[in-house]
Ligand binder design. Sequence first.
Ligand code: ADP
Ligand code: MG
Length: 341
Amino acid sequence: MRIHPLSTRVANQIAAGEVVERPASVVKELLENSLDAGARRVEVEVEGGGVRLIRVRDDGQGIHPDDLGLALSRHATSKISEVDDLAHVASLGFRGEALASIASVSRLTLTSRTEALPQGWRIEVEGSAERPPAPAAHPRGTTVEVRDLFFNTPARRKFLRTEKTEFGHIEELVRRLALARPDVTFNLSHNQRRVLELGAASGSVERDRRVAAACGQAFLEHALPVAVEAAGLHLDGWVAEPAFSRSQADLQYFFVNGRMVRDKLVGHAVRQAYKDVLYGGRHPAFVLFLTLDPERVDVNVHPTKHEVRFRDGRSVHDFLFRALHEALAGARAGRPEHQPA
Ligand code: ADP
Ligand code: MG
């Protein structure tokens, strides 16, 4: 066979393989877009575990009607222009791939209105056929509707689990994302039933409520507060007392500049800190937020953006180890505990 370029549709479907593993991955990408658009409130409606329908509605800045088609094209983004911009990217997205990928494996409708315009506009894509935008009633903000996920990629569809399992992943994801943004309201429903209502509030009360929603009230009662700053690295959150260890690594939430990540270096630093106080086979529980200059961390490591690379990994590792070691040692020494502000 001779060489030929792949059609846009096939190229997008291949890219979708990297980003869209299951319905929860769609919800992640759509919610990240809503947060990047400055939304104060997001509504997630799911039907059939997310396979039949995922609808995310936000009150963010919206998309200009002339850009609706571009929003769905691959490598089109409003978030960066130059590769150098990656060094200080503050948005959760930047690859300009998610909507194109999702649209290539579902029936997608994008409706949006910006503040300046009197009405909203809607564009529909099915697999790859895109109809021109048409006027549609919509308040300021954006609604993305994704129906029949993987309808045209049966191989992917086969990997989906039960409706209950897929929805479980979605719920877990929304709780996770909501942890980092107590200033944003998140509502989630499944098959018309309200499952989560996380109202926005400033201050520690809402933050505690969301930690309890994600990790359970017991975690909060057995958690030691962490708030440490050194050399431009800032860590806050909670680590559970060793007595609250888990048989699985299921309550481990780590955010870097508001982005949830799974990182080997972080995992290692935490394990080291718990080494003397945790028996083999047990896993610590924690919710931690690391903040640092975006220039010190590379977020462009993997399409799902679950991984990061620290430019000075060694110092980040040592900082984390020391901060957590001290928190745990303080607890053992029976120092009076205090709640983080
Ligand atoms: P990325 O987020 O990496 O830029 P996406 O494919 O997720 O790529 O989105 C493409 C573009 O569409 C974004 O850069 C943004 O300008 C626009 N967009 C997507 N979702 C929203 C939304 N909910 N509100 C406003 N703009 C959006
Ligand atoms: Mg995006």
